[in-house]
Design a protein around this ligand. Structure first.
Ligand code: GUN
Length: 307
């Protein structure tokens, strides 16, 4: 059957991420053979949150598959702030570790901001440290948060030149919304950051050539909020009851984005699915950041990783 011209192109994040991981793996191999440097990522998880356990296992396995050193530090949920800060300090001082990621959320006895602030900014592969937020804001080289970095790569792969386009970002978090705004400004977009208090959100979204949904509200963005032909990046990962009432009654769940995909796909020009859109890019960008951090720590110019 011919493609339906009214339906959006699906931006396949799995395929794009696999290509990126392939390029990182090759660059890592070259770094090891020509300089004897093996990039090392340390992931720290505190407690037993099931979603975090899955993310951390995934990160560890993908890192090792790319040929990097992968250390996972699993701490009990009774860990004190001082104990966690001690571990971060020892990782900061370990020359074999180039990237440190402390999985969030942390248990309530721990001050997350203090822990993130204790990570050496040059090893902060999450890009959450205020120094990296500042570098991004003023256009200095640093480490950029993985989800907005991966989202921007998908946009550039789809649209090539983003210059002059109106990007509306729904969500103003430090992890996604704000860094996404900085990255799109750097690509010469006109950027609007909308949020839960914005007036007439549907009308605002309808002005977007690029719509980035990062609110964490399942399927909030409807088809009639989207300008025909717009490019939609759905950052949401929301677990909701199964659409089948029998399965839902058995406790079965499914994962949906912040965009109501079935409606949006009829209006948008291109859209990322959930799952399989931005998610795989986030892990790939974590590896990219680890590779870049390992190069910089040794005064080596990183290889270009773009397609
Ligand atoms: N928890 C959920 N997503 C993330 C992430 O990207 N980084 C960290 N450190 N924790 C998370």
């Amino acid at each position: 059957m011919a493609d339906d011209p009214m339906r959006a192109t699906i931006i396949d994040g799995k395929v794009f991420a696999a290509g990126l991981v392939g390029r990182i793996t090759a660059a890592t191999g070259a770094l090891i053979t020509s300089h004897g440097i093996k990039p090392g990522l340390a992931v720290v998880i505190v407690g037993e949150d099931p979603a975090s356990q899955i993310y951390v296992r995934n990160k560890g396995e993908t890192t090792a598959r790319a040929g990097m050193r992968s250390d996972t530090h699993r701490l009990p949920d009774t860990t004190t702030q001082a104990e966690l800060l001690n571990l971060v300090q020892s990782l900061n001082e370990d020359p074999g570790i180039h990237g440190i990621l402390v999985q969030l959320p942390l248990p309530s006895q721990i001050d997350s901001a203090a822990v993130l602030g204790a990570i050496d900014p040059d090893k902060d592969v999450d890009g959450f440290h205020v120094v990296n937020a500042g570098r991004l804001a003023v256009g200095l080289p640093g480490l950029v948060p993985c989800t907005p970095l991966g989202s921007t790569m998908l946009l550039k792969a789809r649209l090539r030149d983003l210059s002059g386009l109106h990007a509306v970002i729904v969500g103003r978090s430090n992890i996604v919304g704000k860094p996404m705004a900085q990255l799109l400004l750097a690509e010469n977009c006109t950027v609007t950051v909308a949020h839960s208090r914005s007036r007439d959100l549907p009308a605002l979204c309808r002005t977007a050539d690029i719509l980035v949904a990062a609110v964490g509200r399942p399927e909030m963005i409807r088809g009639d909020w989207i300008k025909p032909g717009a490019t939609v990046i759905d950052v949401g990962i929301n677990r909701v009851p199964s659409a089948d009432p029998v399965k839902a009654a058995e406790g079965k769940t499914r994962v949906v984005g912040d965009v109501l995909f079935a409606e949006a796909v009829e209006v948008a020009g291109a859209i990322t699915p959930v799952p399989g859109g931005v998610g795989p890019m986030t892990i790939a960008c974590l590896l990219a950041n680890t590779y870049v951090a390992a190069c910089r720590a040794n005064g080596i110019v990183p290889s270009a990783l773009d397609a």
